[in-house]
Write a protein that binds this ligand. Structure first.
Ligand code: ZN
Ligand code: ZN
Length: 151
């Protein structure tokens, strides 16, 4: 395409990615809204943009000794106060917290002429039941033609 800034016919440079928001969803999922922009390879002017909603799956089995240790601590250090029901409930009701969500640009050729741009998102999540840190990654991509022009 012709770049309105430098008036040359240009290709796209390395995409810029930015996580706009991220949150925990239902059924152990995380989601992130990511803006991907394609700059002019010559002058860096942003030419195209697209918002991606990237979904990731948290694949996590609670570490029971860690759940028991956490509940014991919360019960004032007395392991006798922590029964299997409490452990089962803590695991069943577990919630995840997102500590950080970051994105890396994705840029790949398919065949000789199809070029895809997108983002790989990494969430750093912690389990509320066993305090285990979990890393989740997922990506999404589209052809440049599916991007919108930056007004
Ligand atoms: Zn340009
Ligand atoms: Zn857990």
């Amino acid at each position: 395409m012709r770049c309105p800034s430098c008036s040359k016919f240009v290709s796209f440079g390395e995409p810029d990615v930015e996580v706009e928001s991220s949150e925990v969803g239902d059924d152990d999922t995380v989601t992130a809204e990511v803006r991907v922009t394609l700059p002019c390879a010559e002058c860096g002017e942003e030419l195209k943009e697209r918002f991606f909603t990237v979904d990731g799956q948290i694949d996590h089995l609670c570490e029971f000794p860690l759940v028991i240790a956490k509940l014991t601590k919360e019960a004032g250090g007395d392991p006798a106060k922590v029964g299997t029901d409490e452990v089962d409930t803590a695991v069943a009701d577990r919630e995840f917290d997102i500590l950080e969500a970051t994105a890396e640009p994705l840029d790949r050729m398919q065949g000789k002429s199809k070029r895809f741009y997108g983002a790989t998102v990494t969430w750093e999540v912690v389990c509320g039941a066993c305090d285990t840190p979990i890393t989740v990654t997922a990506d999404d991509e589209e052809e440049a033609a599916a991007f919108d022009s930056v007004a």
